[in-house]
Design a protein around this ligand. Structure first.
Ligand code: ADP
Ligand code: ASP
Ligand code: MG
Length: 438
């Protein structure tokens, strides 16, 4: 069994949905995970924000706009009027629910229910289209099996048990369609795996059922060596190790959800990235194998980073100081990405500044606190590069005109990270692109 995930652009129009069967119907067993059509989750996020602000009329106007888009998709997708009617009958209650949920300020669970509708619509439409063209496919509702435990981690055992039971129930069927991104939390409420989370769904399913391979189909021909949205002349990398890919995804390479590598890595299942618009392109194979040990493979950047510096004379020769500082971040459930220390100061970075005010207030008990917002972590990644002579020298030589606020070296064997101001990000990524010139 293979798991194939198609992102928003890959199902982004009626035309794309009509083209999908060519990639998924070949008589071999598959679970196909679909994102919402591109633009839908963004629209649903905007709708929840308007509803939260009590702007019901504006929220309703946005819902009407989205409903119109889906009417057009339905008209173009199906050849058969009967199927158009069936699709309309299935989509109307979804829009009725959205309209109902924005009548007042939605609760958190109601907001998540709004966000879940994109994947529910894309999978319903694609499934119906497969039936129209005579393909035997089963729609597996992700809300029946994709469950997070009390620590917010996927409950792989439960997911595997339910899925295996369902696959056995439909043993005459080769093709299963399910929703990415959406899940239930330990209370059974509708929840999600965070933005971009459909990659994570595919990886979790792959690990839970022991799939042969997980494929991520997107709008670019593989994992590139630098961010193609920022830098020109990037190229696809044929092979990456799990460690390299997870460092890159965690540190900003948008092509993969930050936590999507771990489940397949633990299960030893290869993760293949392919381009829906150019299926013949080789793509990227992420597995335990890598080539060119000790060379730089790729660069990624993570934005919206806040740097926090605590300066204190009391740190000098004191033990337990760092623990007290870290305890503050733990108390406020805020993950730390980078750390660097000197005799009298410690600098660290966070990407979630929800509790920053409280954190700053408590840290002031330990010393002077300085906060720098709008920073970017740049990561240079390659298998064991931090153990390779001269690499750090080459990296920092290349960006000698760019002010660096922090450096992280040696924490991971595969990553050299540093912090720059967001306004220097483009120049930094462009300069680092020279490292790949032969
Ligand atoms: P999907 O909707 O299929 O999940 P995403 O937009 O989430 O697609 O991810 C694909 C996009 O990621 C690409 O179009 C590209 O702009 C962006 N991207 C950022 N960094 C990289 C990288 N290193 N390699 C490839 N794509 C990248
Ligand atoms: N539809 C969700 C999003 O836009 C999940 C995904 O596409 O992976 O974030
Ligand atoms: Mg994505």
């Amino acid at each position: 069994m293979k798991v194939l995930k198609f992102g928003g652009t890959s199902v982004g129009s009626a035309e794309r949905m009509r083209a999908l069967p060519q990639l998924i119907v070949d008589g071999t067993p598959k679970i196909v995970v679909l994102s919402a059509m591109s633009g839908t989750t963004n629209a649903l996020v905007e709708i929840t924000i308007l509803a939260r602000q009590g702007k019901t009329v504006d929220a309703l106007a946005k819902i009407d706009l989205l409903a119109k888009k889906y009417d057009e998709v339905i008209a173009q997708l199906f050849d058969n009027q009967q199927n158009r009617n069936t699709a309309k009958e299935k989509i109307e209650p979804i829009f009725a629910l959205l309209r109902e949920l924005v009548q007042g300020v939605p609760t958190l669970v109601q907001e998540r229910t709004i966000l879940a509708q994109g994947e529910l619509m894309s999978t319903m439409l694609q499934h119906l289209y497969l039936l129209e063209i005579g393909v035997n496919a089963v729609l597996l509702p992700a809300l029946d099996f994709m469950r997070k435990d009390i620590t917010d981690e996927p409950d792989i055992y439960f997911i595997g048990e339910i899925l295996k039971r369902d696959l056995a129930r439909y043993s005459d069927c080769q093709l299963f369609i399910t929703q990415g991104y959406i899940c239930r939390n330990h209370k059974g409420e509708i929840d999600n795996l965070k933005r971009g989370g459909s990659d994570y769904t595919a990886s979790i399913i792959g690990a839970a059922i022991g799939a042969e391979e997980v494929q991520i189909w997107t709008d670019i021909d593989g994992f590139h060596n630098n961010d193609p949205r920022v830098v020109q002349n990037t190229h696809s990398i044929p092979k990456l190790s799990f460690d390299e890919a997870s460092e890159l995804a965690y540190f900003g390479a948008k092509i993969l959800h930050p936590t999507c590598v771990l489940p397949v890595q633990e299960a030893g299942i290869p993760l293949i990235i392919k381009n829906t618009m150019n299926p013949k392109a080789e793509g990227t194979r992420i597995s335990n194998e890598t080539d060119n040990d000790g060379t730089i493979k790729a660069v990624a950047a993570k934005d919206n980073i806040t740097a926090v510096k605590i300066k204190s004379g009391r740190m000098l020769l004191a033990y337990g100081f760092l623990r007290k500082i870290f305890d503050v971040f733990e108390e406020y459930h805020t993950a730390i990405d980078m750390v660097s220390t000197s005799e009298v100061a410690v600098s660290l970075t966070i990407d979630d500044d929800k509790h920053l005010q409280d954190i700053e207030r408590v840290l002031q008990n330990f010393g002077t606190v300085e906060i720098d917002r709008n920073m970017t972590i740049v990561s240079v990644v390659g298998y064991k590069i931090s153990e390779s002579n001269g690499i750090a020298g080459r990296v920092f030589n290349t960006i000698q005109n760019i002010p660096i606020r922090m450096i992280s070296f040696g924490g991971s064997r595969h990553n050299i990270g540093f912090l720059v101001k967001h306004e220097d990000k483009k120049a930094t990524l462009e300069a680092l692109n020279n490292l790949f010139k032969k």
